[in-house]
Design a protein around this ligand. Sequence first.
Ligand code: FES
Length: 159
Amino acid sequence: MNSNYTQIDHILKKFNHDEKSLIHILQHIQDEVEGQYISEEIADYVAHKLGINKNRIYEVLTFFAALNETKKGKYLIQLCDSSVCRIKDSNSIQNALENILNIKIGETTEDNMFTLEYTACFGACDISPAIRINKKVYGNLTKDKVNKIINNLKGESYE
Ligand code: FES
């Protein structure tokens, strides 16, 4: 059994193997596993451990946008799509990100390094337009700032 399953067992125990906590269980698992997604293998395992049908897991995965069925890049870039950021021209930040990463919103780079997706307001409106990368917030963004951030991350990855 790999470390993912040890972590999953720990999370299931924390929620008393209670199906009523399925959303929270899946969110916690997703936060812990590489690629930040619920793979078919994990869905099987959780269904087995909770004694429920796997379809129930997929119902929850389909319904909650915050849960992922597909693997994310090493860096998950979340662009705020809420009103304050939009007013502050988050659109130009989206263009800058799409250009430098050579992907569209909702996609992952071929090397699996970056995933770009929308997210709702995460409370950084005072420094909008803002993004989150693996939960770290970057604000007061400009095109130049975005390019610098991404180039730094690329540099880190290829060291
Ligand atoms: S509207 Fe973008 S962080 Fe609040």
